[in-house]
Structure formats: structure tokens, C-alpha cells
Design a protein around this ligand. Sequence first.
Ligand code: 9MR
Length: 386
Amino acid sequence: MSLDTVRLDRRTLLAGAATAAATLPLVARATSVPPGLNALATEKGMRIGSAFAWSPPGADAGSFANPAYAALLQRDCGLLVPENQLKWQATRPAPDRFDFTHVDAMLGWAEAHRMAMRGHTLLWHKTEYFPRWLVGYDFGATAASAAERLLTTHIETVCKRYAGRIHSYDVVNETVDEKTGELRETSLSRAFGGTVPMLDHAFHAARAAAPQAQLVYNDYMSWEPGNAAHRDGVLRLLEGFRKRGVPVDALGVQSHIEPAGDAPAGLLAARQEKPWRAFLDAVTGMGYDLLITEFDVADQHLPTDITLRDRQVADYAGAYLDVMFSYPQLRDLLFWGMCDRYSWLKGFKPRKDGSTPRVAPYDSGFRPKPLRDTVAAKLIGAATRR
Ligand code: 9MR
């Protein structure tokens, strides 16, 4: 090999290296995938998650068995929650019979993909969501002990089945009446001898059956006007838990938020922030942690135009998350579904113009929306949790 050849080779090499150096960032930019939301959250000691469902393979559903939906979960989530499959209606077809087929499959999938799964819910204390057999149930002559047995058996059966695998439960869901702030009564609480002793018992039973799990009271009191009675009722409940030494670790703030009109998000937030912070300060002041358990943004009152609507949804969510993320007690944010296609709001809050509600981080074609960008930006701006 001549010296010239070596020189030429070195020159070529250097030129090549320079070209590579110049083009690498472009190539890297073009081919690298932006980090998922949970990856951004992890940097801050936080987690992002979503509700998901069970379905047969290939069904058009918000399920792990639908590859298009599963891809969103894998991209953005570190935490999942069954939307319906762990409710009494699904797991307890009869007083003495349990069916965990779907939950087992969901948890298996979550674990195989290195995601945690929350439990929702050990007691949804609202008659309309009881299994039919429970609504008119005959508790017999010793009603109080029969009711206690029914509830304890449920909590123990779920918690022990998933011991060491489910680390957070919505032990009680929605027991405060949104209009009056009073505690709901049901056939179960009446048989038990009162709602308060029944709720206390549910948390004690959960602590005994799942000593390491985070125990959550979950409800939909929100920051919009019209929620004051609901918030006050939840505060009274949480105060009572503390006074009586009931083991409750956190408040699940469902966060089905909804701009009341198409006023700028900043204006709406400015009106709503003060009472909302007063509520959250009172909750955290009692030592409770916070979770956003069911996040979505209803768009019933927003314009038809998609660009405008998506912007308003994202801005309103951004203003909300500014407040929520300012609480270091908040580490987990779960969407109530990753994409519009399967959102409960399609049926529950349909739009007058007949268009699909745009309430989730991805649209019905699984494309990311401004809401997703906003959540990413807020995670990047969030303080690191210890
Ligand atoms: O999204 C859920 C919907 O598919 C069910 O039909 C409904 C009744 O089981 O529950 C919805 O989820 C609710 C959650 O369990 C509790 N908070 C309010 C949610 C929306 O209604």
C-alpha cells in the first residue's frame, strides 16, 4: 500500500466521517420515535396510564387484543386499569360465584408488557351499577352480618387473588351524591347498618387483604362550577376517615373535565382554580395523596371545527394539569381510554352536531392529537417527584 493510498484513504475516511457527523442528527431525527408519555413521566417520578378492555382477538375495541389499541398502550403507558372488567357486575355473576377470566387475561398482558395494573373497583356504591342480583338481595334475618360477609368475601377474593400483582385499588367508588354531598344509601349499606360503617369496613378489609396496596377513594367531583356540594361531601368523607383512623391513602380525582362553553381556557381556569385549589389543599393537608384516575375532556360545548375544538380541549386540559401537577402528591395520571374511537363519552355525551367527540389523546384513526402534545409538554415542565 503506497503512502498516497493511505493519505487518500485517510482523507476519504475523514471526509466520510464529517459527512456522517453532519448527516447523523438528521438521520437520527428522521428515524427516532419521540418518547412516549410514560417515558417522559418516568423522568419526573410519575406514571401515565389508561383504561383498557378485554375483547376477543381482533375485535374493534379499546382492548389489549386489538393491535392498533395495544400499540397506543405500549407507546404511552406504564399503568393500566380495566375499564369495566373488575367491577362486581363483571366478576360476580352470583353471590357465591366469581369469574376472573377477563381480568386474568388483562393482567397477564399488562405484566408481559411491563405495565402495572390498578384495580377498579372493590365497591362502586351506586345502586345502578350493582349486579342485578344484589339490588333486591334478601340478606335474611341477620342482615348486618350477611352484608358484612358479602362485602368482605368480595374484597378478600379479589385482593388475595391478585396479591403482589395489583398495587393500587379504588376501594370505594362514587359514594357521595353529587347534588347533595350526602352519602348514598343502597340495599347493601342498609343491610350493613349504615353507609359510614360499611365504607370504613371496606377499607379495613382491603388493608387486611392487601397490606402493601395503595387504597384509594375515587370520585368525580370536579373543578367546574356546580361541583361545590360534591366537593364538600367528599371532604367531609375524607375528614371522617382520618378521624376514625380508616386506612385510606389517596383520593382518586377522576377528572372527567368539561369546559362549560367555548370561552378561552385561561378564562375558565382563572374562575375555577381558586375553589379547586382550596379543595386539593384540604385533601392533601389531611395527608392524602392524589391520582388522576379517569382523565378525558368532554367537548359537548365546543365548536364543530376540529382544529379549533382540538385546540380548546388541549388548552383546557393544559390549564387543569398546571394545577394538578403543581401538587407533588400527584404521581399518576390515567386516561379513561387512549382514543376517541372507544370513549364512553360517545354514548354518554353525544354531540349535537353528530360528530365524534374528540376527548382523548388519540383520534378515532389512532392519530395523536394536540391533547397528547399538551400532556407531553406538561410532563416535561413538571417538577420531579421524590
Ligand atoms: O367507561 C365505563 C363504561 O364503559 C361503563 O358502561 C360504565 C358503567 O359500568 O362505567 C364507565 O366508567 C365509569 C367508571 O367506572 C367510574 N367513573 C365514571 C366512569 C364513566 O362513567
